[in-house]
Ligand binder design. Structure first.
Ligand code: GLC
Length: 551
């Protein structure tokens, strides 16, 4: 069943990210699964979102939590089966929730049949040309160039040829288990269009595109020689050898063609950590993708001038191509924002998301106050927004996971210097008691990562019906967003405001005021408060607090 809906539903949708291994465990093996997700769909529906995005659930050796795909047309047994996936899609649609999956086009798993064939077929074979194989430097024992993996260490691994001798090297910008595909091969294009159709034919409403900006590599494979892992010129006049190369847009024109053949048309959102809004806007030009995460917002410290500047820049860049921004505060790759916002804030925007030291001491009360204010800011900006599971509970980054339990390849590949992203991936607490706080059945295996004991009080059960809880706060905010005609798509007009305060109007008399880092400020005379992220005081709106106001 497909959902009858306005064709441009995605322009201002709120989409809930389900990280399946950590959402809900239906079969008690300690790992979340489709059965768990199906049972919790009513919860997601009641939150008041429009769609879910599910991180990869495909068969995978799980070298990178499923971003190493061995078969793009099936479901990993640990998550369930294709039949269960189809049932989930139907059930979500019955609740008017659309379903986006995650497609991983930059690399496969080393367990993918193509990579196995490439190993068997030998140097120079067509099977090897689907990937990026090269002979090493010198006597062949040095990697072909100096590129580093995003997770640390060389981006090249040497293989053993069928005759037992040390052989060619293959490129992997991520883990050694994630060989990069060669997008100069037409066969790679055809395969991914076929994968899109496979899932679209099963009712999937769209895809989030993993590292959408990495597909093409300079065929000369030049050394980076220490230059930053970002395009050296933000205007694109000098191309980086693998990030954000212009040719990548040809792929998205092809994909848009596939999506538009469906009724209703299917949609895409790009994960593209690019250098600024102008580069981001290129992905959502006419005839390409529908949306792209605005990660600049997520990276911006809690500083009013930086927030305002970032909002203006992305609005201007995207309006120039008639696209809407897509706001996001957290996902499975970054430090949860309650923790981020509870740390000392920088004066500049970091170029990449920052990790957090295991011995950092975030002020979680402060982080939570700011998180609530940031949520009202995000949900009243023009465009769409993504929520990451657990943010509606106010979950924080778990900084003290035992080292032996860490699974993010970053941990090992960084020589155990960076703990990686597991702290944002700890399983959801559903009930205030039981061995896994309701993540799995009470007689099931422990969750794949341990939950902090304090999460009993953060659980869905503990917050449901409790006025002022983060969960009820999200539900209330999403309900207003759905019903207020000024919210979602449409214009934004800034209002004069004292230093440290952001104030903007939307149509139909809607005003959002965020006191980021200013003095307490009064609300406009005659205004009625629709919603606030925290208590208002005599002086009005205190620091680290936001209010939605009807004027
Ligand atoms: C994206 C994913 C991340 C993954 C990487 C490699 O950034 O969000 O989780 O590790 O791509 O596929």
């Amino acid at each position: 069943m497909t959902l009858a809906a306005p064709a441009d539903w995605w322009r201002d949708a709120v989409i809930y990210q389900v990280y399946p291994r950590s959402f809900a465990d239906g079969n008690g093996d300690g790992m979340g699964d489709i059965a768990g997700l199906r049972a919790r769909l009513p919860y997601i529906h009641a939150l008041g979102v429009d769609a879910i995005w599910i991180n990869p659930w495909y068969p995978s050796p799980m070298a990178d939590a499923g971003y190493d795909v061995a078969d793009y047309r099936d479901v990993a047994p640990v998550f369930g089966s294709l039949a269960e996936a189809e049932a989930l899609i139907a059930e979500a649609h019955a609740l008017e929730l659309r379903v986006l999956l995650d497609i991983v086009p930059n690399h496969t798993s080393t367990e993918h049949p193509w990579f196995k064939a490439a190993l068997d077929a030998g140097p120079g074979s067509p099977a090897r040309q689907r990937y990026i194989f090269r002979t090493g430097r010198g006597d062949g024992s040095e990697p072909p160039n100096d590129w580093q993996s995003v997770f640390g260490g060389s981006a090249w691994t040497r293989i053993t040829e069928a005759d037992g001798r040390a052989g060619e090297w293959y490129l992997h910008l991520f883990d050694v288990g994630q060989p990069d595909l060669n997008w100069d091969q037409p066969e790679v294009h055809a395969e991914f269009m076929s994968v899109l159709r496979f899932w679209f034919d099963r009712g999937v409403d769209g895809f989030r595109i993993d590292v959408a900006n990495a597909l093409f590599k300079d065929p000369d494979l030049p050394d980076l020689a220490g230059s930053e892992l970002q395009p050296p010129a933000g205007d694109g006049s000098v191309e980086h050898p693998f990030w954000d190369r212009d040719v990548v847009h040809d792929v998205y024109r092809e994909w848009r063609g596939v999506a538009d053949q469906y009724t209703p048309p299917r949609v895409f959102v790009a994960e593209a950590w690019v250098d600024g809004p102008e580069r981001l806007a290129r992905y959502v030009r006419r005839g390409q993708l529908h949306s792209a995460f605005n990660f600049d917002f997520l990276r911006t410290p809690w500083r009013s001038p930086l927030l305002r500047q970032g909002i203006d820049q992305v609005l201007a860049a995207l309006r120039g191509v008639d696209a809407e921004p897509t706001w996001v505060l957290s996902n499975h790759d970054v430090v949860r924002h309650v923790t981020r916002l509870g740390l000392p804030q920088r004066e500049t925007i970091p170029r990449r998301p920052e990790g957090v030291a295991a011995d950092a001491e975030p002020d979680l009360d402060l982080g939570t106050r700011r998180a609530r204010a940031a949520t009202l800011l995000m949900l009243s900006l023009p465009g769409g927004a993504y929520l990451y599971q657990g943010e509606e509970l106010g979950l924080w980054e778990v900084l003290d996971l035992p080292e032996r339990m860490l699974q993010d390849p970053t941990w090992v590949r960084s020589g155990k210097k960076q703990r990686g992203r597991d702290g944002a991936r700890v399983p959801m607490p559903w009930s205030a008691d039981g061995p896994s706080l309701g993540f799995g059945p009470s007689d099931g295996s422990p969750p794949w990562l341990p939950q902090p004991a304090a999460w009993a009080g953060m659980s869905v059960a503990a917050q449901t019906g409790v006025p002022g809880s983060m969960l009820e706060f999200y539900r209330g905010a999403l309900a207003i967003r759905r019903n207020h005609p000024g919210l979602g798509s449409g214009p934004l007009r800034w209002r004069e405001a004292p230093d440290g305060v952001l104030a903007f109007e939307r149509d139909h008399g809607f005003l959002c005021m965020v006191n980021v880092d200013g003095q307490p400020i009064g609300l406009p005379p005659g205004a009625s408060v629709l919603y606030a992220s925290g208590p208002l005081t005599q002086g009005g709106l205190p620091r680290d607090t936001a209010a939605w106001v009807q004027v």
